[in-house]
Ligand binder design. Structure first.
Ligand SMILES: Cc1ncc(COP(=O)(O)O)c(C=O)c1O
Length: 426
């Protein structure tokens, strides 16, 4: 397999675009730079074809949005029909109302809706609404919420006013005592608790305890459903785990890849947005809204999220069994529609090499995965596609087993440059 066009294009991109791409996680160093595609020509169903003419089964899934599949006919048709009527206007397109109504029908906490473009924009808006509603400033957060200052203040790597650092505290998932301590330390100061469900399932009663704790302290509970929304269940993690947050943020799965995000929540809370400067030119952009209407309708009618659980489970079991068969200490874990992967018994440098080898060899067999997952299965991944992925993994684990823990492994890894955060091992 050859990647010369991709490599040439990326070397040009590095001169034109800081970091070479708009999304840090899409930088080629995060995959297997040199032995993995970089630019894609097109995506269709569960497959992507790169600019060098190679085709792959894709489990990277654009980092989450592609819950139906690339080029999904019903969504494409909706976009084309709307395109014939217009993209944006100085007035409002009916799609805005219809998309908002559909969300309130499927998402448990959604009584009112505001649309945005990116996930980080939506979470920043939710933080502002929560602060205004409660008249408090402190936010307690667990997980990644996006790049805006309100979130990066918690781990300021430059460019964020230090004055903001005291406006946010972070807490670990599934540890209710840690959250209790924060509330005790900051009595009557907390506006909202934000969390998302990505890596592991909440312990029984954990989410309910977080909500009770927040409410007992006069704070709001906000769920970031940017990954879990329209994936764990049509109504998101809140539907799947049976909890009703005060507000929630959605993005990735809402429009099958079109740029749309939303803040939803209880009407009493959401009405704060009426008198705040929360306003964007593109919030009523109608192609994305038309795509969202088609996506949400398809998710409901075809019971898509049930299928994501089923096919996701098949993938997890298949990968685990293949690794076990060859004695490779690997596991696929987490929630089947968005599973994660890890190698055990390996130090940081070994981990870097093992992942390099795994991604390189899976790509050589026509499968794109991401270091550690998330494995974003879609409605277009049919059982035979997953069987192909598992067959590829079986071969890769068979070849990896004799190299495991030996100096020879490095000789089999042909990556040009490793992930930035592991640069010292490159
Ligand atoms: C849970 C979660 N929240 C928020 C975001 C930020 O979304 P965006 O990259 O669209 O700004 C992400 C992005 O990956 C995410 O995974």
């Amino acid at each position: 397999m050859e990647f010369s066009r991709s490599l040439e294009m990326f070397s040009q991109a590095r001169q034109l675009i800081p970091g070479g791409s708009q999304t840090n996680s899409k930088r080629p160093q995060n995959f297997a730079y040199g032995v993995y595609p970089i630019y894609i020509e097109r995506g269709l169903g569960c497959r992507v074809t790169d600019v060098d003419g190679n085709t792959f089964i894709d489990l990277v899934g654009a980092l989450g949005p592609i819950n139906l599949g690339y080029g999904y006919p019903r969504v494409n048709r909706a976009i084309e029909e709307q395109l014939g009527r217009g993209i944006v206007s100085g007035l409002l397109f009916p799609a805005e109302l219809e998309a908002a109504r559909l969300i309130t029908e499927v998402v448990p906490c959604a009584e009112m809706v505001r649309f945005f473009k990116g996930g980080g924009e939506a979470t920043a808006a939710a933080a502002r609404i929560a602060r205004k509603y409660t008249g408090r400033e402190l936010i307690l957060n667990c997980g990644y919420r996006g790049w805006p200052d309100v979130w990066t203040a918690a781990r300021n790597d430059g460019g964020v006013p230090t004055a903001l650092e005291s406006s946010i505290r972070t807490f670990p998932f599934n540890d209710i005592e840690a959250l209790e301590r924060l509330f005790a330390e900051h009595k009557d100061q907390v506006a909202a608790v934000f969390l998302d469900i990505l890596h592991i399932e909440p312990k029984p009663g954990y989410l309910e305890a977080v909500i009770d704790l927040a409410h007992a302290n006069g704070a709001l509970f906000v769920m970031d459903e940017i990954v879990s929304g329209f994936r764990l269940a049509t109504g998101g993690a809140q539907e799947y785990f049976g909890v009703v947050p005060d507000m929630a943020c959605f993005a990735k799965g809402i429009a099958n890849g079109m740029p749309l995000s939303a803040v939803v929540g209880k009407a009493e809370v959401m009405r704060e947005a009426e008198n705040l400067l929360i306003s964007i030119t593109y919030g009523g952009e109608a192609l994305s809204l038309a795509a969202a209407i088609a996506t949400m309708s398809e998710l409901r009618e075809k019971k898509v999220t049930d299928y994501l659980w089923e096919i996701g489970r098949t993938l997890m079991n298949g990968l685990d069994n293949a690794a076990k068969k060859h004695g490779v200490p690997f596991e696929c874990y987490g929630l089947p529609p968005m599973s994660l992967m890890r190698f055990r018994d390996v130090d940081a440098q070994g981990n870097q090499l093992v992942w390099g080898y795994f991604l390189q060899e899976m790509a050589a067999r026509g499968v794109l995965m991401r270091r550690g997952g998330v494995n974003f299965v879609s409605y277009s991944h049919r059982p035979q596609d997953i069987a192909e992925v598992i067959a590829a993994a079986d071969e890769v684990f068979a070849n990896l087993a004799p190299l495991w823990g030996t100096p020879q492994l490095a000789e089999h890894v042909h990556i040009l440059e490793f992930q930035t955060s592991f640069r010292s091992f490159a």
